[in-house]
Design a protein around this ligand. Sequence first.
Ligand code: G6P
Length: 608
Amino acid sequence: MCGIVGYIGTKEKKSVILGGLKELEYRGYDSAGLAVMTDNCGCGSDIAYFKAVGKLENLEKKTANFTSKGFGVAIGHTRWATHGKPTEINAHPHFGEYSFVTHNGIIENYKELKEYLEKQGVKFISQTDTEVVVHMFEYLNRSEKDPFIAFEKTIAKLVGSFAILIITKAAPDKIFFAKNAVPLIVGKSDEDEIIFSSSDAPLIGLAKEAIYLEDGMYGVAQMGEVKIYQQKKLITCTPQLLPADKSYAQKEGYRFFMEKEIYEQSQVASETLMGRIKYNKINLEEINSQIFDDIDEIVLCACGTSYHAALAASYLFERIAKIRAKVETASEFRYRDPVLNKNSLFVVISQSGETADTLEALKIAKNAGLKTLAICNVDNSSIVRLAGNVLLTRAGIEKGVASTKAFATQVLTLWMVVLYIAQIRKTIDEETLHSEIKALLHIPQVLNIPDGLHEKIHRMSKHYLHGHGFFFIGRDIFYPLALEGALKLKEISYLHAEGYASGEMKHGPIALVDEGLFTVALLPQNVLYEKTKSNVEEIAARDGYVLTLSPLEFELSDDFIKTSKQNHAMSEFFEMMVALQLLALEISIRLGNDVDMPRNLAKSVTVE
Ligand code: G6P
């Protein structure tokens, strides 16, 4: 996810900005940039800017001979590509004739705004959504002749998520800022310097307190003063004490990155959906809709958690889009001389975009002349570069080795592809399509962790530290979720856990059931409730220890996590997913394991 930093003061601006961006490196990025406004020569303000693709070292090298003395303002940015490739042109800050902007988030209506500005003769140079902000600001400032009003009006036109900083020669001692749905923090030092950032780590050491801006807030800052507005009214915000520990701050108060990433899921799910649903229709502009012409089969291929996302999606492709769907483990696919059908769409799913087996499988499919689509979290990764079509999942960097938010966004993206095909092929009626879209849009809310759930799971987790293993069971889409729940647990707890289709239990696995075997049963209301319930009863009858996740009370459970009543199976899927992630997390913490870096595992497996 992108990171932004801003500074007003007399310290060497480039160093402050680079230092701040370094603290935001943990958020992940693929290019970086900064702009500094000074009055070095005493003959009026001037803005210098620098951008570089790749690591911050590249930006440091580019700015090695640049320094700025005295008072000035500066902004900086690390970019995680979502609209347009990670190139220098697409890197922030974006500029107009006399102003520069950095932005974190997605401007959903940028196309409409861009079209409007182009008609007024404005020229765009990047492929980003962000560039529209600076041009709109300058365009409005032409008539308003007041940069604050121009800024206020610009922000009012934006739909989407944003943390924005603008510096402009029209107000050379100020930074204009706005926040909606992505974080932005502002602090003031004892020397009256002002520092902005996406998280508190860059502020630690410079300021003692900070204001954590809330959605809809915007304003203007100058040395010693930050004016914050909401709905055009000047408001007063109370600063909060900053944490003293930087690594704690990078985890934003969470104990582990995995924990933080579980809590981020609601936010990143909104980003995944952003701009891809318009007027009650799925709108996947990034891909060529013709890739679905003449396709009679979808082949989904992936490894690990991404494989589970593929498996879950395969049910949806057949049920909703009425298209045959096959799921392949990439490491197996590679060497089994697969018979490939030219009318298949080959879909690879990968968080990193670098998994060797998945990449090689993609090469095989491409060489065989198949149409290809990558569902990936990292732009410009090897898989993204190779695939014919790409949908980015927009989960932001995932640091915990055990994948959580990447999985959630993969399933969400695949569900959108399913609905897109259903929409094109009219395999479901308009009413069903609308209710599916409604359900899709409801997911960010489902992913909010309800009060008390984490604490309950923490308390419950002490029951699961002994025994001889775990079964995770479910049916239909809850079967891949059971596999994923088991994988999460084994990855970070090192306890033996297996996922099974509930109906398969009696074909062998049930022989293992006794009082030392834990079964985690996924019992949704909307999918085969009675059938799964009788499978769980069979386990309880053999004295197995059962943890049930269900919206309906189940008296035979030893432990019970009551999920909410949802009217869509996918809502139940995502709610149970969060509970399973928290269960794995809490068991692992109790066992004293390194949650973020489990033994023997790597985040990205680039060897076969
Ligand atoms: C590794 C990671 C897993 C991940 C798998 C596939 O094994 O530890 O968390 O699911 O690779 O990775 P990908 O980046 O292709 O999704």
